[in-house]
Design a protein around this ligand. Structure first.
Ligand code: ZN
Length: 317
């Protein structure tokens, strides 16, 4: 049986060297930026980028285009891929993005749509750039003393400009757990009131201070469904820069099927057998989470392991 496809946006380490140890070498970084091999990914203030008009690939700028169009805009080094330095150019409000679509001969696209269209490496690079750009945009003032910050380490750190403070601020990633809970041949899925009718997903929530990931799984499942879980096992993870999360996927086994939704964020939670999922997808009464998500992957994995069913096939029917 073929392995499940990798999580969307994950696996960037297979193609990109982040060269984190050289981000402070200003001369080296500048030489990379001026190189004919340099590529620049442009992001608008909302975190969207551009694709080539003629095919589904990122519209990278080369060093000449960067010089001509955005000489005053600081670039952040993403890393080296295929021997070429890759940079982020994050547009600020002084650089209106709307006129660029025609100028670049390109079309603008958000990360969710890009994740469904682009090859894995390009989707991962876009996600990385979007996460970094979001942090840069949101991190303008020192959280300790209120003075303005300046970006250092080629955009990967922000330093307080108050000499008496001088603290460094680091890009933030918010860990969230997401879990498929099983009990004797059925899995637990829930839905929030605002979702499209029929959509059910695995349970998820942010990790709190002082919690292990496994502790967060047990708490979130109990809070959202009243279900008590026993064994908790790691599955896989996914960067989810919408805007700043890391989704950490788990499988877990429930103690019983008792569901209690009092005080829950969920409108409904139910146990589904593989046959009920297949039937619900077939008659349209059940919708899966987006194909981009770890939730989809967890459900796909569970259906395959327990019933030999392929979620991609069930959804496509
Ligand atoms: Zn400060």
């Amino acid at each position: 049986m073929a392995p499940l496809r990798p999580n969307t946006f994950a696996g960037l380490s297979l193609v990109l060297d982040r060269v984190a140890e050289r981000r402070d070498e200003l001369d080296w970084v500048e030489a990379q930026a001026l190189s004919d091999e340099a590529r620049y990914l442009l992001l608008d203030p909302a975190g969207e980028t551009w694709l080539l008009a003629e095919r589904e690939a990122l519209r990278w700028l080369d060093a000449n285009e960067r010089r001509a169009l955005f000489a005053d805009l600081p670039a952040s080094l993403l890393g080296i891929a295929e021997g070429r330095p890759h940079f982020l150019l994050a547009l600020d409000d002084a650089h209106p993005a709307d006129a660029l679509t025609a100028a670049l001969g390109a079309r603008r696209i958000g990360l969710r749509d890009a994740g469904l269209l682009l090859p894995a490496a390009e989707a991962g690079l876009f996600a990385y750039a979007k996460g970094l750009a979001h942090w840069q945009r949101e991190t303008r003032y020192c959280a300790y003393c209120g003075a303005p910050l300046v970006l250092v380490a080629s955009g990967h750190r922000a330093r307080c400009t108050n000499a008496a403070c001088g603290r460094l601020h680091f890009p933030r990633t918010d860990a969230a757990i997401i879990v498929i809970v099983e009990h004797e041949g059925a899995c637990l899925l829930g839905r929030q009131a605002g979702w499209p009718p029929g959509r059910y997903s695995t349970l998820a929530g942010f990790v709190e201070p002082g919690e292990s990931l496994e502790d967060a799984v047990r708490r979130e499942v109990a809070e959202e469904s009243g279900v008590r879980v026993e064994a908790v096992h790691y599955h896989s993870s996914q960067p989810w820069p919408l805007p700043a999360s890391l989704m950490v996927g788990f499988t877990a086994t429930a103690h019983s099927r008792d569901i209690q939704l009092r005080d829950s964020e969920l409108e409904d939670a139910r146990w589904f057998t593989p046959q009920q999922i297949a039937a619900g997808l077939a008659d349209g009464s059940l919708l899966t989470p987006t194909r981009l998500s770890v939730s989809y992957q967890l459900i796909a994995h569970w259906l395959r392991e327990r019933a030999g069913l392929e979620l991609d096939t069930l959804v496509a029917r």
